[in-house]
Design a protein around this ligand. Structure first.
Ligand code: PRP
Ligand code: ZN
Length: 290
């Protein structure tokens, strides 16, 4: 039996399903077998090591897994980042912010407001860096979870926690004051030497992930437009290279314009295109891109 590349993924939680979705979108068919710890990819020599997100950087650092999919926030909490895994690409999902938050009535007026207070968090490294950078001395109360209850239990005055939808803060009568870091899922690679037989697999996986993330926001936009409006239309199209322009049968002054837009195409974009003279505007999803 030949060796299989290992990718560490979160077993359950915020990133778990979306990590599997990414693999699937990259054409890697995951088989959920009887072994709960290892899922096999049936059409490539890859296994998924399913663990707690907090353990992923360590497994990847030690080479137990070659790659990992984890929140940047978890990666940044690692004890010794210099000899740890490195981020090879942002994956565009699982976005959330690390924020300072506190009771609704708290009068927050910048980092100095935290001077001398107790701040509860599961992210002590990022919090202490923020405090240091702002020259604030505060006591960090490190918790394993349920940080949002700390103010009510008088364990801390304020908290520093991840916020995604904001529902957790709201449910606990807390308000966010400040964002100290932004996070999303990232692909990380082990600092351990890679077995040469794995190199092409890592290359292929990263290429495909890039293709998937690039095509997620990307749209194929088509429209008809007066030839004279072309410069204006190219300006409006978000994140696109030179569009393809083809003549329209029987219309001297009109052309068909096709473009790949790398950024979100909003209704507002369509309205502006229309105002610039475009008609029959179509926005199509892109399935694959390389
Ligand atoms: C984070 C954070 C909050 C919640 C915020 O926990 O600690 O509890 O998400 O999300 P919301 O703004 O959408 O309500 P996470 O899901 O990362 O779980 P973990 O702390 O167990 O890793
Ligand atoms: Zn976690």
């Amino acid at each position: 039996m030949s060796a299989r590349l290992r990718i560490a993924v979160q077993k359950s939680g915020r990133l778990a399903d979306k990590s599997l979705d990414l693999l699937e979108a990259a054409g890697l068919h995951v088989v959920k077998g009887a072994n709960d710890l290892l899922f096999r990819v049936e059409n490539a020599p890859i296994d998924l090591l399913r663990v707690r997100d907090d353990d992923i950087p360590t497994f990847v650092a030690d080479g137990v897994a070659n790659l990992g999919i984890v929140g940047r926030n978890v990666l940044l909490e690692r004890a010794k980042p210099e000899d740890g895994p490195c981020e090879i690409m942002a994956l565009g999902f699982g976005r959330c912010d690390l924020k300072i938050a506190g009771p609704l009535g708290f009068a927050y007026d910048g980092p100095r407001s935290l001077q001398g207070l107790r701040v509860a968090t599961t992210y002590p490294r990022q919090l202490s860096r923020f405090l240091r950078e702002n020259d604030v001395e505060a006591e960090i109360v490190t918790m394993r979870g349920a940080v949002e209850v700390a103010p009510r239990l008088k364990l801390a005055h304020v908290i520093c926690d991840l916020v995604s939808t904001g529902a957790t803060l709201e449910a606990n009568g807390l308000a966010a004051f400040e964002t100290i870091a932004r996070s999303e899922a990232v692909l990380i690679q082990s600092p351990q030497p890679l077995d040469p037989q794995f190199a092409p697999i890592v290359e292929s996986v990263t290429q495909r992930f890039r293709g998937v993330t690039a095509s997620r926001d990307a749209k194929y936009v088509m429209m008809n437009a007066p030839r004279a409006a072309l410069p204006r239309i190219s300006e409006i199209l978000p994140g696109s290279d030179a569009p393809t322009v083809t003549p329209l049968a029987g219309r001297e002054d009109y052309v068909a314009v096709h473009a790949v837009c790398q950024e979100s195409v909003f209704w507002e974009t369509l309205e502006r295109l229309k105002a610039a003279g475009a008609s029959a505007i179509l926005v199509l999803p892109i399935e694959k891109m390389m």
